[in-house]
Design a protein around this ligand. Structure first.
Ligand code: COA
Length: 326
């Protein structure tokens, strides 16, 4: 049976660091509050002219080099993002051109913070069915440009970055063992960006109402996230007939350290077996899981044969997980 195997990863974050102390100067907050409630100490923010495809290009180029592949070897590019360079062409098409990946089909997907694992679901499905063999999957975001820097309840949370993975078809018993994706559109109001689409097209009025920025009901989102993720990780292990002790690493979406701790506790996993980098980057939405995955690989936290569990929760609402054998 064919399955997708992640043969290489790459990631990129902008150089510009914004610390909690920097935020203390522009909004009514404190390093202590942000650290205690979220686990975030700093985040990366692009300079003015950098867009999502620029970050995606850097991460993808690293992953391609590590996979010893040329861009023209890739037959599909998927970019997961909620901060596309523009409505169209897709960021994936812009990336395809920049890479010179002439033989690839390219499209974007929007599943907010769950986007990378949704992408893994699609990529793995297309590989299993024999339709594609070499897929470049990227999660990339420039959230700083849709963040309301006057809203202390959201602006402390987000950061910019990109992560990439290359999947190849394999007949070995390793790679993506399972993917699980879910949605609940009835809770879409909890986190959204209402302006700039066909409902509230960009206008002087939408700008004045600040509809071009992320709105979030943080506390309600938090409760749904904890409940949903606890159930999701338990189901993912059960579907693979695995015990939590057989997992080498949990790689969660980096939204809030308290959500991560609650999920780990539910699995009975010691925090040493959970990958955490929220302190450095904040919540980078679709980029969060692939950046964490890449850092885990590069720092030797994942070895051949390891079982790792990826999970995420985000706007839509959407949630997703994947069990991967490295
Ligand atoms: N600095 C200082 N105080 C702040 C603050 C800030 N940056 N932001 C909010 N507060 C205040 C609130 O005004 C409130 O004050 P009040 O009690 O006087 O009304 C108090 O802190 C508590 O606010 P609350 O929203 O209940 O805090 P919280 O513990 O829920 O933490 C979040 C807020 C946003 C950190 C948390 O809810 C969260 O992480 N939510 C989920 C995020 C998420 O998963 N997003 C979607 C998936 S990507």
């Amino acid at each position: 049976m064919l399955r997708g195997r992640i043969v290489a990863t790459g990631s990129y974050v902008p150089e510009n660091v914004v610390t909690n102390h920097d935020l203390e100067k522009i909004i009514d907050t404190s390093d202590e509050w942000i650290t205690e409630r979220t686990g975030i100490k700093e985040r990366r923010v692009v300079n003015g002219d950098q867009a999502t495809s620029d970050l995606a290009f850097e991460a993808a180029s690293i992953a391609l080099k590590r996979a010893h592949l040329r861009p023209k070897d890739i037959d599909l590019i998927i970019v997961a993002t909620i901060t596309a360079d523009m409505a169209f062409p897709s960021t994936a098409c812009i990336l395809q051109d920049r890479l010179g990946a002439k033989n690839a089909a390219a499209f974007d997907i929007n599943a907010a913070c769950s986007g990378f694992i949704y992408g893994l679901h699609i990529a793995n499905g297309l590989i299993r069915s024999g339709i594609h063999t070499k897929v470049l999957l990227v999660g990339a975001e420039v959230l700083s440009k849709v963040t309301d820097w006057q809203d202390r309840t959201t602006c402390i949370l987000f950061g910019d970055g990109a992560g990439a993975a290359i999947l190849e078809a394999t007949k070995e018993k390793r790679g993506v063992c399972s993917t699980h994706i879910s949605s609940d559109g009835s809770l879409g109001d909890l986190i959204r960006l209402p302006g700039g689409g066909s409902r509230n097209p960009c206008s002087k009025e939408t700008i004045l109402k600040r509809l071009n920025y992320i709105k979030m009901k943080g506390n309600e989102t938090f409760k749904v996230a904890v409940r949903t993720l606890e159930e999701l990780v338990t189901r993912t292990l059960a579907d693979n007939s695995l015990e939590p002790s057989q997992l080498s690493l949990l790689i969660p979406h980096q939204a809030n350290i308290r959500i991560i701790q609650a999920t780990a506790k539910r699995l009975g996993m010691p925090i040493e077996k959970v990958f955490v980098n929220i302190d450095k980057y904040g919540n980078t939405s679709a980029a969060s899981v692939p950046i964490a995955l890449d850092e885990a690989v590069q720092t030797g936290r994942i070895q051949d044969g390891d079982y790792i569990l990826l999970e995420a929760f985000g706007g839509g609402l959407t949630w997703a997980s994947s069990l991967v054998r490295w």
